[in-house]
Design a protein around this ligand. Structure first.
Ligand code: BTN
Length: 238
């Protein structure tokens, strides 16, 4: 699905923006050696360190609006499957790739609507293969910290595209229920976490995700809460 047209760039502002702004059809892929304005979640910048890391984006098939949030989770499953051969990689809801409680990658889905019609979906991933920004050392890492294997961006890109193709076939057909797979792919399933929203802090236990990709958590009163946004922090000192 994604291996037909791969564009390799030396440098670009953002691989997501490149595909979003240009005339690229479904299945198009762009990968860049560096990004000058890599986009992260919530309008933040995706920071990276010089080195052989992986930044790429793909144009996804058009999905019903209610499948968009889950598409990012499904894509996360594909990235975990790709990296699992090197280390114990898992997801942190909604879009982080983690290893040993540190972030080594991030996922970002962006959409373009013409009125109410969904015209384009771009999925992008940034993966710290061989280096990470030293100023983020308290919570970031790279795959090279966990393996002696040679981590070549273009080799890992090809594997990731294969996995994404497989996962999206089953996700779009309805065969893949992301909710039933979450316990395996989550780094924090059934663990305690901090949830920050509007300046308030709650302590919740991660219970799973809904079939459309929202987080299910249990509060201190034993009630279930469904979370669609906000900052999730995880804390193991309890
Ligand atoms: C996040 O963790 O906040 C998401 C980061 C997503 C970064 C990737 S790098 C490739 C693609 N192009 C971008 O501009 N962003 C995504």
């Amino acid at each position: 699905m994604f291996e037909k047209q791969i564009i390799y760039l030396e440098s670009v502002d953002s691989t997501n923006k490149y595909l979003m702004d240009g005339e690229f059809g479904q299945g198009s892929v762009v990968s860049a050696k560096c990004q000058t304005h890599g986009k992260g979640r919530g309008g933040r910048e995706w920071k990276y360190a010089p080195g052989e890391n992986l930044f790429f984006s793909v144009v996804l098939p058009i999905l019903p609006r209610e499948k968009l949030m889950g598409a990012q989770i499904a894509a996360g499953y594909a990235i975990v499957e790709t990296l699992m051969e090197y280390a114990d990689i898992r997801l942190k809801w909604p879009n982080d790739i983690v290893c040993a409680d540190r972030k080594l990658g991030g996922l970002l889905i962006e959409t373009h609507f013409a009125g109410s019609v969904l015209k384009k979906i771009v999925f992008g991933a940034g993966i710290n293969l061989n280096s990470y920004p030293p100023e983020l050392s308290a919570r970031a890492t790279s795959l090279s910290e966990f393996t002696d294997a040679e981590l070549l961006p273009n080799v890992i890109l090809k594997k990731a595209l294969g996995q994404l193709g497989d996962v999206f076939k089953t996700y779009t057909s309805g065969e893949l229920d992301i909710a039933s797979e979450w316990a395996y792919y989550s780094a924090y399933y059934s663990k305690k976490m901090h949830f920050h929203r509007n300046g308030t802090l709650k302590i919740l236990i991660e219970k799973g995700i809904t079939s459309d990709g929202r987080l299910i958590a249990q509060n201190e009163q034993g009630e279930e809460e469904i979370i669609t946004e906000g900052e999730i922090g995880y804390d193991f000192r309890f």
